[in-house]
Design a protein around this ligand. Structure first.
Ligand SMILES: C[S@@+](CC[C@H](N)C(=O)[O-])C[C@H]1O[C@@H](n2cnc3c(N)ncnc32)[C@H](O)[C@@H]1O
Length: 200
């Protein structure tokens, strides 16, 4: 990146005030989020395939965020911005209600030990927060390799009456994430689920 290249990383002036996500982009168009983007292979590819949408990648590790930024700058993406924050905090305190058209959460840390499960991102509270930031008709796309976490994800969204289950379309399903590539190479099965926020 040269000095003249603008950074794709949005550094909020305050973490006590909500961001205005549409102001981060040159074009006013629907905004999708990926929580825990990692190195961003999925997000860079998906944002490039969908120039009619804007995308925000959320990742707490700076090294991964920088790798993602480098990939996006290399191909000149203008519809992608990155935020380094804890994902649930962003949903609860930083994003306005009904500002997001889709949320992607792929292979969130599984916390397999029973005593650590309280650290999982997707829980009952998360489904409420997702329901607040999504627009009516907005969708959450989920993937994990961990069978117990998959059950937990399905249980919390099945139990939330504001969401309805739907299928993941083939063209989305076919875009494999970094971690997924590793799981598939080791013969580990991955699971997908999707839920749409009902129109009230
Ligand atoms: C297992 S990796 C999956 C990365 C990517 N989604 C993929 O499928 O290749 C999980 C990523 O989520 C990030 N992460 C975990 N918990 C997070 C949180 N609460 N907020 C933001 N990022 C988080 C981690 O730093 C890591 O990069």
């Amino acid at each position: 990146m040269t000095e003249a290249t603008p950074s794709l990383v949005h550094d909020p002036e305050s973490i006590l005030e909500r961001v205005q996500p549409h102001l981060l982009f040159p074009q006013l168009q629907p905004i999708e989020l990926e929580l825990g983007s990692g190195d961003g292979s999925f997000l860079v590819k998906f944002a490039n395939l969908n120039p009619q949408h804007n995308f925000i990648g959320v990742e707490r590790l700076l090294g991964r965020l920088r790798k993602l930024e480098k990939k996006a700058l290399k191909i000149g993406l203008t519809n992608l911005r990155l935020i380094r924050l804890e994902a649930a905090y962003l949903l609860e305190f930083m994003l306005p209600a009904q500002s997001i058209s889709a949320i992607h959460v792929y292979f969130p840390d599984p916390w397999p030990k029973r005593k650590h499960r309280k650290n999982r991102l997707i829980n009952e509270r998360f489904s409420v927060l997702a329901g607040q930031v999504l627009i009516p008709g907005g969708v959450i796309w989920l993937r994990t390799d961990d069978p117990d976490y998959f059950q937990q994800m399905s249980d919390v969204f099945d139990a939330n009456p504001t969401f309805e289950k739907m299928e993941t379309p083939q063209e989305l399903s076919e875009i494999i994430t970094d971690f997924e590539r590793g799981f598939l190479a080791r013969g580990i099965q991955t699971n997908r689920a999707a839920y749409r926020l009902k129109h009230q």
